[in-house]
Ligand binder design. Sequence first.
Ligand SMILES: [Zn+2]
Length: 645
Amino acid sequence: MAVDPREQEGAAPRWRLLALAILILLLTMAVLAVLWQVPRLLPGVYGQTSNAALSATPDATPTPAIEEPTITALYSSVNDPARAVSFHLEAEVPPDRQVSEVLLWYDTERGHEVSQIAVPLSHTVTVSYQLDAELEGLTRTLTTTQELDYWWLVQDTTGETIRAGGTAVLGPRLVAMTAAPAPEPTPIDFTWAMSETEHFRFYYVPGTAAERDRFELGPVAEGSLAQIEPVLDAYLEGQMSIYLVPRVFWQGGAAYGDKEQLISYLDRNYTAVETWSYFTHEGTHALAQDILQPKENGGGPDGVLVEGLAVWASGGHYGYEPIDEWAAVVAASDEYLPLADLRAGPFYDFQHETSYLESGSFVQYLVERYGLERLKALYGQATKDAEHDEELVQSLYGKGYAELEAEWLDYLAGLEPSEEQAELWRLQVRIFDLMRRYETELDPDARLLPSTAPPEWVSDTLKVFLDRVDAPVNLVLETALIAAQERTKAGDLGGAEALLDEVEAALDAGGELVGPSLAARRQILDALAAQDRVILRADADAYRAGVAPNSELARAEAIAERLVPPLRSYEQELVRLDLSDDGLGARGVVLVHAGAAGEGFAEDGRLFAVEFVRTGGRWLMSSRDPAQPDLFPPPAGADSSALPD
Ligand SMILES: [Zn+2]
């Protein structure tokens, strides 16, 4: 009911009159014994009337009518010997409406289906549901706790809803029955989804980050191609095929013949390689297929030429890097790998970053000193046969590999890399060595690289590439590896080293999170998991207890809004996390995995930037805002001598 604000000014006498009128009206109605209908007859007056007016007639006042669906009682009871849990609900909707739907969810496989409970048409409802664990099983996600979460949802005839829930504490017999849900089998009829641009076909797994970002990925890939084409003076005809997989494997990129590439694309990519540099690197491999010349006895360029071309054309291995300055650091150290060894191979068995860097710098030297055409002739005619290739290089350059290597080392010896560049190089090697150790020990599937391109993959391979490990130790160490890279890029090398020390200590301890910052990360992970549960079961009090009291998140409206959707499942996957130096704050990014009863849920698959504060030994969420993935084409204007940004 709209009230003209001018009428309210100095309205006390009029209010008294109104109160008196209402009093008389109420008394009259009491005599008529229809008092209970007042709210329905005059809902506006009733709602607007001040408490003062009502308190004048306490005896005649009925329970104030509610204005929205309300859950008035909610509890569970557990009968452990009978292996049963009962859920009870009492609810009420405004008297001029009726309850139209009652839903019950509880955290078992069966409960996730969400039961619709039949109720008679009325504006009040009292209902119970008994879970018979022997009949329907007790397949739960929370297998290590005695708690079973549940919620009720009540909808009225206007479509308004209320959702609230709680926790039943299971007895020992029920706990003993608890089983974990079977992992989802790989669908036998799996097919890649596809989207395309002028030069690319992107194949992705439905429901993954690649699908979410497919329209942004197109310009990144096209921009990366436009970057390398003039460098290589080779231009793509037709399209390349890019398979975007939602897991990390090796360093996250691979190229197959026939211009097919495999690239890790996921929000929690712990290689932290910038996406555009996958496209320039693997794209160079694809373009280079057109440089190859037909050969009588087969064979092709060695690893130095293949990877050197890709690193050089990309301006670096994992982004823009000071290729020659870093190579000068390596050449002056014991880590230097003689070119003859690298060329003889197996190339991929050497320290990865060092072999790629040396190759990139050597190819860069050949191109800058002797021109691109000569390098392409070498690349196109090389066969990996030592004698043949030595003759080939002699015929093209008028000198052998040993002489070219000596020239190149002379050039490197004349460079003066800064101490910071040298430190950055050592840090890069350390980060990636540690990352590969992490893969081997705690994410072993990341060490698989199929010899055939994705279209030929069988279901076992698909299963590996459609899945990733999600144990707390994986989330903590992966986000720590990403944070170490972010600190490095931001120039905080000391901070990055300290974090790597902790990751290394954790691996030494077999995955135990011994370092203080890793322990804090684990606490934040637990706080997030606890918040997932309270959001899922719509427990407003527990939710409030987990957010910073002065933050926007703690406002009553914000809480109500957060708890409205009828969620079947809810998980905030931590994909980024770093702590402030004083250890009292943290910021990160979460990826929401959620499903709601009925229609889809808008937050599913989206990213949110989150912040936490440490108060009284607990981590409280202090902000949460929608975030976008870090996706950009190769930064313009940078050259190969720039520092990684
Ligand atoms: Zn490569």
